[in-house]
Design a protein around this ligand. Structure first.
Ligand SMILES: [Zn+2]
Length: 444
């Protein structure tokens, strides 16, 4: 076999494995439902919804035929888009921080299978994953061998020396100065780099592995042991190198950042999304609204968390103070593009992260209506997910119930726009469908 033929055979196999193996071939007709379309505050009342394969093909008050497929009597429940998690760490959930540093990587992978299943059964049909080796998990989910949400992977978070992802012990030498790569680099959860050429290589490496967007840490963090919260990380030139490499691949850079100084430098350098932002000031949020920069924010309202150590909680206490102010300013900036996420990670024990997911959505009720919360968790994502361009692993409309959109749907008891527990109470979720496949149905 020639070299070319050998590579041809390998790529053929890879493309089979890359395909979505579990798309349903037949039709599903859900009758007699009200629809929250992910965008509009008014429900579309008393309609029938036909799903052909993995696409919502028809929404109508007329009678529809299921074409020998499954007919589900919707009982007047509400059909809505599957929830989208804006900021997950599927590879780093359900484990302790000690596990990340000391356990074999296989244990992380096994626990991520549990987290992925729980997440889907909680109504989350898509996750933007914001750091961690989830390429393997995503492949297994897409192949249908395990159950979980669609994953938009970032791969490893790119971080500078003494940045957010520099989790080295003090006695570990810097890999860029003759030391060994730290364990978090070896497990594909983060990449420590300094300087434009190394940032370019790290960015391109994530794109090679299949990242749908690239994640940089551009400012201080709560969890990092070596980076004060106020710090600005990477230079303008380093961030610009990453955005240029991502744009050459048709996609974008998103950044971990809290402070105005760090975030403004990153926006100057061409990033498209800010993750967190709880310490931003009003002028920066106004700039983001004007420049079309997305805010992917989480309700960090607890000023002390049991899973964090004292040093981390001291930083958490500062971040939590900012959260409320930023939510207030968001409400006064309707043109700012905002999505909700949780940033759940390092949550030991099965299912703990999942109840936290529900609890975090309920925390938003202090500032937002159920409609606003659900829009930030569904319809607002449609445009954001398209930013991945040709690197979008699931081309199509996600986050909406409309004809032609991908069939990621929840059928819930009650009106979720009036009572959020229609979604946050698992018992009220009667049907969970992802990509046209039903994963839960308690109506039968
Ligand atoms: Zn995060």
């Amino acid at each position: 076999m020639t070299c070319n033929r050998l590579f041809g055979a390998i790529f053929y196999t890879a493309s089979i494995f890359g395909a979505t193996a579990n798309a349903q071939d037949s039709s599903v007709l859900i009758t007699n439902v009200d629809v929250f379309d992910g965008v509009n505050e008014t429900l579309i009342e008393d309609v029938n919804v036909l799903i052909d394969g993995n696409i919502i093909s028809k929404i109508s008050q007329e009678e529809l035929s299921a074409n020998d497929g499954l007919v589900v009597e919707g009982n007047g429940h509400t059909l809505m888009p599957g929830i989208i998690e804006g900021h997950s760490h599927l590879a780093l959930s359900g484990i302790t921080f000690a596990d990340v540093l000391f356990e074999l990587p296989g244990y992380q992978s096994i626990r991520s299978v549990d987290t992925a299943r729980n997440m889907l059964m909680n109504g989350v049909t898509t996750a933007r994953d914001m750091a961690g080796e989830v390429f393997s998990l995503k492949r297994a989910i897409d192949e249908g061998s395990i159950v979980g949400p669609r994953i938009y992977p970032s791969g490893s978070m790119i971080s500078q020396t003494s940045g957010h992802a520099d989790f080295r012990f003090r006695n570990e030498r810097n890999p860029l100065l003759g030391g060994e790569p730290p364990i978090t680099d070896l497990t594909g959860n983060s990449t420590l780099v300094d300087g434009v050429p190394k940032v370019l290589a790290a960015t391109r490496e994530q794109l090679r592995l299949g990242a749908s967007q690239v994640k940089l840490a551009i400012g201080g963090s709560v969890s990092g042991p070596n980076d004060p919260l106020d710090t600005t990380q990477f230079t303008f030139e380093e961030i610009q190198a990453a955005t240029a490499a991502a744009e050459n691949w048709g996609t974008y850079v998103t950044v971990h950042g809290y402070t105005p100084r760090a975030v403004n430098q990153a926006i100057d350098a061409g990033i498209k999304v800010v993750e967190h932002g709880q310490l931003l000031d009003k002028p920066t949020l106004e700039r983001m609204a004007k420049d079309g920069i997305w805010l992917s924010i989480q309700p960090f309202t607890l000023c002390s968390e049991p899973g964090l150590n004292d040093a981390q909680n001291a930083k958490q206490a500062i971040v939590c103070q900012g959260t409320g102010s930023v939510y207030e300013w968001i409400k006064g900036l309707p043109e700012l593009k905002v999505v909700h996420g949780t940033d759940i990670f390092i949550s030991p024990g099965p299912g703990i992260g999942v109840s936290e997911q529900v609890e975090q959505m309920e925390r938003l009720l202090d500032w937002f209506t159920p409609y606003e919360i659900l829009k930030m968790s569904t319809g607002n994502f449609t445009e954001l997910l398209q930013l991945s361009g040709p690197r979008n692993p699931y081309p199509g409309v996600i986050g909406r119930v409309e004809e032609g959109a991908l069939a990621d749907l929840l059928l819930v008891d009650g009106n979720p726009l009036e009572d959020l527990s229609s979604v946050t109470d698992r018992e009220n979720i009667k049907i969970i469908m992802k990509d046209g496949v039903i994963y839960k149905n308690t109506l039968e």
